[in-house]
Design a protein around this ligand. Structure first.
Ligand code: FHN
Length: 428
């Protein structure tokens, strides 16, 4: 069997995946829109989540910084309410980023938000409870960094080695046991978890990570939890989603994504709303609503979810640039969500003018950037029975020929980033 790019299908295709995980994968593929949250000790310096590395902060100094972290304005219910207004179906939050600081209560290290800081609260527990409250509605995924700039047993170091005061020795097996123990906590203390979103393995891709046993542990503890690895490689056995970073599936403008696109597992693409993951006080480069809708639509056109990031402030509040865009996206989805949620890639792959999605016999043509009155589509593989605009339901004129389908579009409207034409297809 060949994958989408003609490369051999990975062993994943031959995995016997239990029914509950297959159902969770389908749920994930239907969800289409998630909220990524990068939040931690680093947020205090307002220079992104790599500040410890970029400014070469010594372990001892960063440990002190962590003693001052006190996000008293954190309000899990408000975060979840914002997520619901935005129309996301899941949240993926940093439980531990590369700085090695655990944003949850853990018995495996005192270097965690409950024991190390004056805050003394577990924000992940509060967030999990808020996600599960009132019948749920939002699934919670935990981002977990395999790379660690603090743990003495993260040895030998990988690409991001620099002298920050760590000893030049360590016990790798003990580090792996530490990670598995923390994952066990995350999967046993927070109710149903959507999955674990791994990151940082790229720091030393050839290290003996023992992924098989870690993935088996996750699936044993929560059989419906998905493993989402951001290792920028082809999916391996035990992995449930292929995720891309700052790029749509198959693209590699970021410089580290693979061109391989799995046809076996759901796809996801993670994206910053400005140019930073963690809170960056000087980063004003926020994407426009039109650009964000474009990403969501094109991702869906590839059959992928969009995992859109926010970097909350160190006090626990979320800046107005993020909240305004999330509210606008939620309002947009309120009108156009039928063409996004529960869809799969449409018959025409994303083009410069837009993308197509489909649900059953219904094809949604997303016209993002096309100035002319007529749009020519290649053959869709089925006859068009009816065509109308999703917003307002006005009929759309269409002409079918052997060469494809021509649509007569209404003029573009500045306030409408995506003109969605609904095509009802099937035999006549
Ligand atoms: O290094 C991280 C980065 O800080 C951020 O978490 C992103 C999110 O996809 N992933 C890593 C880079 O691959």
């Amino acid at each position: 069997m060949l994958g989408l790019c003609g490369a051999p299908a990975p062993a994943q295709a031959r995995d016997a995946v239990p029914a509950e995980r297959l159902a969770a994968r389908r749920w994930f593929a239907d969800a289409k829109f998630g909220l990524f949250i990068h939040w931690g000790v680093y947020s205090q310096l307002g220079a992104g989540e790599w500040v410890m590395h970029n400014r070469k902060i010594a372990v001892g100094d960063y440990e002190w910084l962590a003693t001052t972290f006190n996000p008293t304005k954190f309000d899990a219910a408000a975060w979840v309410a914002l997520a619901k207004r935005a129309g996301v179906r899941y949240i993926t939050i940093t439980s531990r980023h590369h700085d090695g600081f655990s944003m949850f209560q853990t018995a495996e290290t005192p270097y965690n938000i409950v024991d190390w800081t004056p805050f003394h609260r577990d924000p992940l527990k509060e967030l999990a409870d808020a996600c599960h409250a009132n019948g749920g509605g939002i699934k919670l995924f935990f981002y977990y960094s395999q790379l660690d700039w603090h743990h003495p047993d993260y040895w030998p170091r990988g690409r991001t080695a620099w002298d920050n005061g760590r000893p030049d020795r360590g016990d790798w097996s003990r580090y792996l046991r530490f990670m598995d123990a923390q994952l066990t906590e995350l999967l046993t203390r927070y109710g149903p978890v959507g999955g674990i979103w791994f990151d940082g393995m790229w720091d030393k891709p050839d290290a003996p990570w023992q992924l098989d046993s870690t993935y088996a542990l996750i699936h044993r503890l929560q059989p419906a939890a998905l493993v989402i690895p951001n290792h920028h490689q082809q999916p391996r056995p035990g992995e449930d989603v292929q995720t891309f970073e700052q790029d749509l599936p198959g693209a590699n403008t970021a410089g580290f994504n693979t061109g391989y696109v799995s046809a076996e597992v759901p796809l996801e693409t993670s994206l910053t709303m400005n140019d930073s993951w963690g809170f960056n006080i000087t980063d004003r480069d926020f994407k426009s609503m039109r650009a964000l809708v474009g990403y969501l639509v094109r991702a869906a056109g590839y059959g992928a979810n969009l995992l859109l990031n926010i970097g909350p402030r160190p006090d626990g509040t979320i800046g107005p640039e993020f909240t305004a865009r999330l509210d606008s996206l939620g309002a947009w989805l309120g009108v156009y969500g039928a063409a996004i949620y529960g869809t799969r890639a449409g018959p025409v792959p994303p083009r410069s003018w837009g993308a197509t999605t489909r649900r059953g016999d219904t094809v949604f043509v997303h016209v993002l950037d096309w100035p002319d009155p007529e749009l020519a589509l290649p053959p869709l593989g089925a006859r068009v029975r009816a065509a109308y605009l999703l917003r307002g339901r006005a009929p759309v004129r269409f002409q079918e020929a052997a060469s494809g389908v021509a649509l007569t579009l209404p003029p573009p409207v500045a306030t409408e980033p995506d003109r969605v034409v609904v095509l009802v297809t099937g035999s006549r």
